[in-house]
Write a protein that binds this ligand. Structure first.
Ligand SMILES: [Zn+2]
Length: 478
């Protein structure tokens, strides 16, 4: 048993970062106590309307370390060690009194959306609190109730941060990843970051257990935030042991401190597999595509699947081409956040379970009586000879298969437009969460060829009936 410390909602869109506050707490408390396990960075429901930047809370455990320590960070030249197990310390109130001034110093009280809260507990609140906070909406009252009798809670302003602080403590990892976060020297804050992109590519290649480092589709490094916060960069991965070596490969500005966090990032913990699509939830649903894709103003692409429209938004870039290439009858698994207005599922990942076959008519049949080429009588109506008026059934025409550019398998947005909690397909494969193949995008030529076929001739998804091919306008045919 150890002391559990949770902190949340100290940052703002204009700067600061709750994880930096965590390094300050670690720096202060490790002078008298031992850090037990990795500090934790726990992301909560990304669809909460009042969330701060990444909706991330932190949790740290302190006690009297048992066994051999391991290095989890470095602050101002001092190595930070942690122990995998620890004995409890009793100075709960004293610890809270040490944390309060740090929270007060490093929180953005000037920002109306920043509502800090922290807790120092002897044990964890029920795991249900974490699951509700990562998937749904939790009230401050019920969060507080789950910590009753466990220790000290403090909150500032409207105190909403207490919800995340307690939920972070309540996290019992079912799946976990790690992130090494590096921080800039105080005098460098809000200046431009210097990070050599080619060193990020090198690191990405040399450390295959890391993920979300470089957006190859858009040719940019994505390890550094673009906000004026104290973070220099962060590297995410499955193996914490290699992260310091991965960090040292990055060329450019040197970090003043770094710390490895255990996190729920990249775990899909926020996704509900059996929920009906309601606003603020992230759901996984399987169904058949029932419309042709539409491209909206702004470049968003929408298609109907079962009970709901699914949308690939413009920032998901190349991922939109996957949705643009869906056809009615394709079977898909869609994962994403449900928006109330317009009612749509904002895609985070898409799996093409099966794609319908598309055939096109190569030529009309010849008249069996006189040998003249027949004319079409409209869709599903067959053919007639223009000379002797003999009728010929529709299936007498010659058809050929059109190659779809959309192979079955999983697709995801480029690295730069993924959510913190979304499990990258790279991880799904590693943890055998999927048996289906993976695709990062579509071959442009294959796509163009399909579009030509759709517009120019007569596409027909088998098993879903005929598109209105004679009108030469598949969009209005359904
Ligand atoms: Zn004829």
């Amino acid at each position: 048993m150890v002391l559990w410390i949770g902190v949340d909602d100290t940052d703002s869109l204009q700067g600061m970062c709750t994880t930096f506050l965590a390094t300050e707490i670690v720096r202060d408390l490790t002078e008298d106590f031992d850090l037990i396990g990795y500090p934790r960075l726990v992301r909560l429901n990304p669809n909460i309307p009042w969330k701060t930047r990444g909706n991330g809370a932190v949790c740290m455990r302190f006690g009297e370390g048992v066994g051999r320590p391991f290095v989890v960070g470095s602050i101002a030249g001092r190595p930070i060690q942690a122990y995998s197990r620890g004995r409890t310390i009793s100075e709960q109130a004293a610890v809270a009194d040490r944390i309060a001034p740090l929270v007060e110093r490093w929180s953005r009280f000037d920002d109306s959306t920043t509502n800090p809260g922290f807790a120092v507990l002897r044990g964890q609140p029920t795991p249900t609190l974490y699951w509700r906070a990562v998937r749904g909406v939790v009230s401050k009252r019920s969060a507080k109730a789950s910590a009753r009798g466990l220790g000290v809670v403090r909150s500032y302003k409207n105190g909403r941060g207490l919800i995340g602080a307690l939920a972070a403590i309540a996290w019992r990892p079912r799946d976990r990843t790690y992130e090494i976060l590096t921080y800039r020297a105080l005098e460098a804050w809000s200046t431009e970051r210097r990070i050599a992109p080619e060193s990020v590519i090198r690191m990405d290649h040399d450390f295959p257990s890391t993920f979300n480092n470089y957006d190859y589709a858009n040719d940019r490094a994505v390890i550094a935030p673009r906000s004026p916060c104290p973070i220099l960069f962060g590297i995410r991965g499955d193996d914490p042991a290699v992260l310091p070596a991965a960090m040292s490969i990055i060329d450019g500005e040197r970090p003043e401190r770094w710390l490895i966090f255990e996190t729920n990032q990249g775990t899909d913990d926020h996704v509900m597999s059996r929920a009906s699509p309601r606003p603020h939830l992230t759901v996984r649903l399987e169904g058949d595509v029932s419309s042709l894709p539409r491209v909206l103003a702004g470049g968003h692409v929408v298609v109907r699947v079962g009970p709901i429209d699914i949308t690939a938004y413009e920032p998901s870039k190349q991922f939109r081409s996957v949705v643009r290439n869906l056809l009615p009858g394709d079977r898909v698994i869609a994962m994403g956040a449900v928006r109330a207005s317009p009612a749509t599922l904002n895609l985070e990942k898409l799996c093409v379970v099966s794609a319908v076959s598309v055939v096109r008519k190569v030529s009309n049949p010849l008249c069996p009586a006189c040998g003249k080429r027949t004319k079409s009588l409209g869709r599903s109506a067959g053919f007639r000879c223009p000379r002797c008026r003999t009728l010929v059934p529709r299936d007498a025409a010659r058809w050929e298969a059109v190659e779809r550019p959309l192979a079955p398998g999983w697709y995801e947005p480029p690295v730069g437009s993924r959510r913190h909690l979304s499990m990258p397909i790279k991880r799904m494969l590693r943890s055998s969460h999927t048996a289906l193949p993976v695709h990062v995008g579509l071959a442009a030529q294959a796509r163009e060829a399909l579009l030509r076929d759709l517009r120019g001739t007569s596409p027909m998804p088998l098993g879903t009936g005929l598109l209105n091919s004679e009108a030469r306008d598949p969009e209005t045919g359904l």
